[in-house]
Design a protein around this ligand. Structure first.
Ligand code: F6P
Length: 358
């Protein structure tokens, strides 16, 4: 009898259920009744506190298109994993204990950066672990793409499309703030897909005067509106030049609800043009996965099951050059895949006339 545990951890996204389904269906197809799948509730929290349930094949039916996660999720920061909390719980010890209690052959972990860092730690602690690449941020090292990303790009692009029509009618500047504290992939893709005039991402610090000039130039050339796609983690050149501690303090002490409101205020002051902010927020992580995500989620899930069948553990299932490949967790743990400021996509966007506020 094979015993497999599955958990989803960190921020949710589209494609989690499609991936879980891919793993489960493949395992049932291969092992028939000789496999038991345990659903661990709310991510690592369930593994720490022993909250899990035995799943049945029908639990995995009808979930391909369903958003969110049927298992629930939570954020359990990696840096606190080895910290004994106020309830005196030794988290790592407890996770090992529950892994043994379920007699698991493998723990399948769906998650982003922090989650895979913890997955690697558990692998180093002797557990058999397989990671699956989830996040709308697409910032996981070792894989060209994560599931959830294209669905979020779809939603974010729709937001920009809708903003376009109202911006034109009113002759306004619009800032659309998209998710991504550390990586600007979502803003870059949605910005290009939505025809943004300015794209501001954390990897390319901006100068507000450059942004203002772009808006003024557009007005001069007869365009009565401007669309600015801003990643929530966008920073000015000035802040980027600060030491880490200073920078953190500067970001934390921002006198606006978010960076976009500051940018909007500065543009309005300098140009006199009405400037509005739209923040779709968690909307970007909700709803059904787009077909592309359903396909890669299914492929990722099948390949995770394949690794289980082959008893190959300690890997992240990744996409590289359109092939699904296993990448050692220890090679990717703790590494962020950010947008290279000189990558082709940024260069092409610049050639098109999109400003990055430099
Ligand atoms: O990592 C995914 C993500 O959606 C980020 O883009 C965003 O900054 C963050 O999660 C939001 O976190 P929370 O759901 O905890 O507010």
């Amino acid at each position: 009898m094979k015993r497999i545990g599955i958990l989803t951890s960190g921020g949710d996204c589209q494609g989690l259920n499609a991936t879980i389904r891919g793993v489960a269906k493949t395992l049932y197809a291969h092992y028939g009744d000789n496999v038991k799948i345990y659903g661990i509730i709310d991510g690592y929290r369930g593994l720490i506190y022993g909250e899990y349930k035995e799943m049945k094949p029908e639990d995995f039916s009808g979930i391909l298109t369903r958003g969110g996660t049927i298992l629930g999720t939570s954020r359990q920061p990696f840096k606190l994993m080895r910290v004994i909390d106020e309830t005196s719980v030794d988290k790592v010890k407890e996770m090992k204990r529950h892994y043994q209690e379920m007699k698991l052959d493998c723990l399948v972990v769906l998650g982003g950066n922090g989650t895979q860092k913890s997955a690697n730690m558990l692998s180093e602690e002797g557990m058999n672990v397989i990671g699956l690449p989830k996040t709308i941020d697409n910032d996981l090292w070792g894989t060209d793409i994560t599931f959830g990303f294209q669905s979020a790009v779809d939603i974010a692009t729709n937001v920009i499309d809708c903003i376009h029509t109202t911006a034109t009618s009113h002759g306004r500047v619009f800032i659309v703030e998209l998710m991504g504290h550390k990586a600007g992939w979502l803003t870059l893709h949605a910005g290009i897909a939505g025809g943004a005039d300015v794209i501001l991402i954390p990897e390319i610090p901006y100068d507000i005067n450059s942004v203002i000039n772009t808006v003024k130039e557009r007005t001069k050339s007869g365009k009565n509106f401007s669309i600015i796609a801003v990643a929530e983690g966008a920073i000015t050149k000035e802040v980027a030049a600060m030491k880490k501690k200073e920078r953190k303090a500067a970001i934390a002490s921002l006198a606006y609800p978010s960076i976009s409101y500051k940018i909007a205020h500065e543009i309005e002051e300098a140009t006199g043009q009405e400037t509005r902010v739209t923040v779709p927020g968690h909307f970007q992580r909700g709803g059904s996965p787009v077909p592309y995500d359903r396909v890669i989620s299914t492929r990722f899930g099948v390949n995770a099951a394949k690794l289980i069948i082959e008893e190959k553990y300690g890997y992240l299932v990744a996409m590289q050059n359109d092939r699904v490949v296993p990448v050692p967790l220890k090679e990717i743990a703790g590494k962020l895949k950010s947008v290279p400021p000189d990558c082709d996509m940024v260069k092409e966007a610049k050639m098109l006339g999109i400003s990055f506020g430099e």
